[in-house]
Design a protein around this ligand. Structure first.
Ligand code: NAD
Length: 261
């Protein structure tokens, strides 16, 4: 018996790295998987390997999401799980040199892809009586990351979005969490960066470890969490501090007056 027997999942950025490892893990647990990626050849191969379906496209385009949901419904009868994982870096640490193209590209993948993805998958998941949404943020969604401030900003956006939507999805039985990995051994970290990091003593995490953390999010009941994944440590839900000021416990106040709905 797999943990995801009978479930249908979509994994974006599933052609490589963390997404591919998670698509494989979902399939090994019995799920039917729709792999979505803009990398058409690698995506086809990744989907075929796990008897899944592949949708080629940019996750920042709403049409891609129409195709993803239609594929899940036509091929597998619905959707239970969405792993919103596709993402890029800018490759530009110097804001004064940032090009419009670099900026639009990362916003489309890291922010639009998560927002349009959540918007598209909530109705089909709700139709099945509930399920799970997980997004890939990053440690850079919780701490300062000066080598790529725009990446830093997009990952903070993912954390904020997930924490913001989680309460409103509870009534539909949908959990919403994000994972916040440290540095993972994938194509996103090029050979030169990997050598520099390793010689500075950084330990890279294997993508399979992130897949295991995602599986925990999907099978658990917790929601609104940012799960920190670091080498050599068990995944851990980040504990946000309350904001000091005139109104302590503001989140609770929002709930009390119904503004979290
Ligand atoms: N590798 C790390 O150190 C690390 C750390 C923390 C978070 N992350 C995040 O993990 C996620 C996965 O990255 P990875 O490390 O597996 O890298 P990766 O490059 O191996 O995989 C990313 C995949 O996303 C796809 N993709 C990118 N933009 C897309 C778009 N607009 N539409 C459709 N597909 C798109 C790529 O084609 C690729 O297959 C990203 O969101 C990344 O920011 C990575």
């Amino acid at each position: 018996m797999g943990l995801l027997d009978g479930k249908v999942a979509v994994v974006t950025g599933g052609a490589s790295g963390i997404g591919q490892a998670t698509a494989r893990r979902f399939a090994a647990e019995g799920a039917s998987v729709v792999v979505a990626d803009r990398a058409a050849d690698a995506g086809e191969v990744a989907a075929k390997e796990i008897d899944g379906r592949f949708v080629a496209g940019d996750v920042g385009e709403p049409e891609t999401w129409e195709a993803i949901v239609a594929t899940a419904e036509d091929a597998f009868g619905g959707l239970d799980i969405a792993y919103l994982n596709a993402g890029v870096t800018t490759g530009e640490g110097n804001i004064a040199a940032l090009t419009d193209k670099q900026y639009r590209r990362i916003m489309r993948a890291n922010v639009d892809g998560v927002v349009f993805g959540a918007r598209a998958v909530i109705p089909p998941i709700a139709k099945r009586g509930g399920g799970a949404i997980v997004a890939t943020a990053s440690l850079a969604g919780l701490i300062a990351f000066p080598p790529d401030p725009i990446y830093n900003m997009t990952k903070h956006a993912v954390v904020g979005f997930i924490r913001g939507i989680a309460p409103q999805l509870q009534a539909q039985g949908i959990t919403a969490n994000c994972v916040c990995p440290g540095i993972v051994a994938t194509g996103l970290v090029n050979d030169e960066a990997r050598t520099r990091l390793e010689s500075a003593g950084f330990v890279l995490i294997e993508p399979e470890e992130i897949a295991a953390a995602v599986l925990e999010c999907v099978t658990g009941t917790a929601t609104g969490q940012a799960v920190v994944c670091q080498a050599g440590r068990d995944p851990l839900a980040y504990e946000f501090r309350d904001v000091p000021g005139p109104r302590q416990g503001q989140q609770r106040d929002f709930r009390a007056i119904g503004m979290d709905q």
